[in-house]
Design a protein around this ligand. Structure first.
Ligand SMILES: [Zn+2]
Length: 436
């Protein structure tokens, strides 16, 4: 397996590799994983007839609740797997119950190699020093003690002052964190008026990179962040190159579909990301609905890499807003609209019904405002915020409340948009023009 050279292989070569891997994955899953045998038998899938990606559509899409249920019943691990010889990762469980994702040593090495490839494509060298923001520090390996691919783990559970001090001391070449972690450290370093050493690259993983964070990080680190898209369940799926526009899909390890009404979305249209892990065998995930939204893309990137493209990552389906006229406003669209008016992390917008919204603000929510008092909500703040939100939402019933900051939820991510009402789930189906 030569991951580095796959980046520039011809699309035909990649496709034939995908055909081969997909067929092998499907046959393995049907033979050895009870869950697929059950679900595919019900859907009358003829596994022997699968030739390659062209037959993907004959396979039913599976959802996170189905997968979690199967895991609970012990139906998801391949026959003969000995968990004691495996490693595992737990999903954050922010979407409900956590899922334990098992990998055999070879699969774990593939997962790491796929991540490292992105680093190398961005000019990483073993002598480079990485600072990674994470809730809990990760492991360090032997070579790091000898200065090879040195890593400083910066725990985001520390005070922001301690995080900043650690970053200043580390002087890293590579900085990695969620949008939330990077935004907080960038705000703190601006407030403290410190000058950070310019890293070679800043990777932003685990959350979409909203406009406010992109601008702030670019200003403070003097580097535009590189967006990475992945899921604990399947690892890194796609990444931005130096062009920073669309995302390159790791097509030699994952097959990605952006679907609307169950069929591929047109380039430029919004759809749901459905991913197939082409190499997972211990706990295969085939046509797994991530419940994330993205814009479909086509064509080639001007960087010359041949890995196929996916457009912008738009956020979780359930963190989008459905308007009365059928349009779907994605997290990205809402955050980008509010950037410059409300500080991300200091507000939460709840949709309670098609026409009823509730906005919660902390006293520091308004950009350029020293601190909102409760009585302010009737006057200036109210008018500014309401007026700006109505440009996006139209004439809806919108109430504002000033609240205390929310306690950390342990995910290290920012949750700003909540669809709490029952608005007819699966509504994306009927929203022609949703991405406009
Ligand atoms: Zn590119």
């Amino acid at each position: 397996m030569d991951l580095r050279s796959n980046v520039t292989r011809s699309p035909a070569h990649l496709r034939s590799l995908q055909d081969h891997l997909f067929r092998a994955a499907a046959i393995h899953a049907y033979r050895n994983v009870q869950f697929y045998r059950r679900v595919w038998d019900e859907a009358r899938v003829d596994v022997q007839a699968i030739r390659g990606i062209q037959d993907l559509e004959s396979i039913p899409i599976i959802t996170a609740p189905m997968v979690r249920e199967a895991a609970k019943l012990g139906e998801l691990l391949a026959r003969g797997v000995d968990p004691s010889s495996c490693t595992y990762l737990d999903t954050s469980g922010s979407s409900g119950v956590a899922l334990r994702v098992w990998k055999r040593p070879l699969e774990e090495r593939v997962r790491r190699a796929v991540g490292l490839r992105i680093w190398f494509e961005h000019g990483f060298h073993w002598r480079h020093h990485t600072a990674q923001f994470q809730i809990k520090p990760g492991p360090s390996h032997m070579l790091q003690r000898f200065g090879i691919s040195r890593k400083t783990w910066i725990s985001t559970e520390q005070s922001i002052e301690d995080q900043l001090a650690q970053l200043l001391e580390a002087k890293p070449d590579v900085v990695v964190g969620t949008a939330t972690a990077l935004r907080r450290i960038a705000r703190a370093s601006e407030a403290a008026q410190v000058i950070l050493k310019q890293p070679r690259v800043v990777f932003c993983a685990g959350e979409l990179v909203d406009a406010e964070t992109r601008q702030l990080v670019t200003r403070v680190f003097n580097r535009e962040p590189v967006g990475l898209y992945g899921q604990t369940e399947v690892g890194y799926i796609a990444w931005q190159c130096e062009q920073r526009g669309s995302f390159h899909v790791n097509a030699d390890t994952h097959f990605v579909e952006v679907l609307r009404d169950g069929i591929p979305a047109h380039p430029g249209d919004l759809g749901t990301i459905v991913v197939t892990d082409l190499r997972a065998r211990t706990m295969p995930l085939i046509r797994y609905n991530t419940a994330d939204l993205a814009i479909a893309a086509s064509g080639e990137c001007s960087c010359g890499r041949q890995l196929p493209l996916m457009g912008s990552i738009e956020g979780r389906e359930r963190a989008s807003i459905l308007l009365g006229d059928g349009r779907l406003l994605t997290t990205r669209k809402i955050l980008d609209h509010l950037a410059g008016t409300l500080r991300l992390g200091e507000f939460r917008l709840y949709q309670e019904s098609l026409k009823k919204f509730r906005l919660e603000l902390t006293c520091h929510a308004l950009v350029g405002h020293p601190g909102i008092e409760n009585e302010d909500t009737d006057s200036h703040v109210h008018l500014t915020v309401l007026g700006h939100l109505r440009k996006l939402l139209g004439e809806v019933d919108l109430s504002i409340r000033i609240v205390k900051p929310w306690p950390a939820d342990g995910t290290g991510k920012t949750h700003a948009i909540f669809r709490v009402g029952n608005l007819n789930e699966g509504s994306l189906r009927d929203t022609t023009g949703a991405a406009s």
